[in-house]
Design a protein around this ligand. Structure first.
Ligand code: ATP
Length: 254
């Protein structure tokens, strides 16, 4: 483990590892024994056609779905048996495919919920830290001018950024992003790309599930490709994205 550079997010970096993950639904093996590593300082993408098992694997990593077999290790600690909120305390944050914000709360209060997140070292951050983290996360996504607005009145693109800001306000070591660019316009996508690159440069491990092939090619250092519950390929982005097994399974679907 190495130390992150930014003092405001000074927490140890962490690797997220999945080994032999299996998850069945009835007779279907949604995830059929897959391995994946999301490393500090890297952007890792998980791709594949609809029904490949990406969301199920993602949920196993986040802790909202318990695998039938396999292990999830976060920063050297086996978290397989830990529920999602305990993983959050250990520095694992996520965003959702279906946007999940509190519509009656203001944009700033939605982000504050993330900033108030307890960590493994501290039950609850002090109010000054919460205010600072909230302000930093709002600024990161250019949301300062909308801070007082009720979240429920904002368009989808803004809500995606609010969700991201909330996930980041807790100072995670690993960030899981489920289709982060869905609903974003060109300018918002450009901001997203630049923020995610900046986070990786500061040592965060990022894992995104993404359908947009161009965005994956632009952002990802490492790509894993799933099809029918199995990992078809994994490695450096240019190699995997040019792999005929991947273009056959995924290219046809995009
Ligand atoms: P998409 O890109 O459409 O989100 P995906 O790659 O994320 O697809 P999953 O949503 O993980 O794929 O689904 C993998 C398989 O598991 C599919 O056959 C799906 O129908 C099945 N599945 C997923 N969740 C459940 C569930 N809660 N109950 C039953 N079957 C499920």
């Amino acid at each position: 483990m190495s130390v992150a550079h930014d003092p405001s997010t000074a927490r140890l970096t962490a690797r997220l590892t999945a080994r032999g993950i299996v998850r069945r639904y009835g007779g279907i093996e949604a995830v059929a024994g897959v391995d994946l590593v999301a490393s500090p300082g890297r952007i890792t993408a998980l791709v594949g056609p609809n029904g490949a098992g990406k969301s199920t694997l993602f949920d196993c990593l986040a802790g909202t779905v318990r695998p039938d077999a396999g292990r999830v290790v976060l920063g050297g600690r086996d978290v397989t048996a830990l529920p999602a909120h305990r993983r959050v305390r250990l520095g694992l944050a996520r965003t959702f495919q279906q946007i999940a914000v509190f519509p009656t709360l203001s944009v700033a209060d939605n982000v504050r919920v993330g900033a108030e997140q307890p960590t493994a070292r501290r039950d609850r951050p002090d109010p000054r830290t919460v205010a600072q983290r909230t302000a930093d996360a709002l600024r990161l996504f250019g949301l300062q001018d909308l801070a007082a607005e009720p979240a429920g009145t904002q368009p989808t693109g803004v809500l995606r950024l609010v969700e991201l800001a909330r996930a980041l306000a807790g100072g995670p070591r690993v960030l899981l992003l489920d289709e982060p660019a869905a609903g974003l316009d060109v300018a918002q996508t450009a901001r997203l790309v630049s923020v995610l690159r900046g986070l990786a440069a500061r040592g965060m491990a990022l894992l995104l599930v993404e359908h947009d092939a161009e965005l994956v090619a632009e952002l990802a250092d490492t790509v894993y490709a799933m099809a029918e519950g199995r990992m078809v390929a994994g490695g450096p982005a240019p190699t995997v994205l040019a792999d005929p097994r991947v273009t056959r399974a995924w290219g046809a679907a995009t």
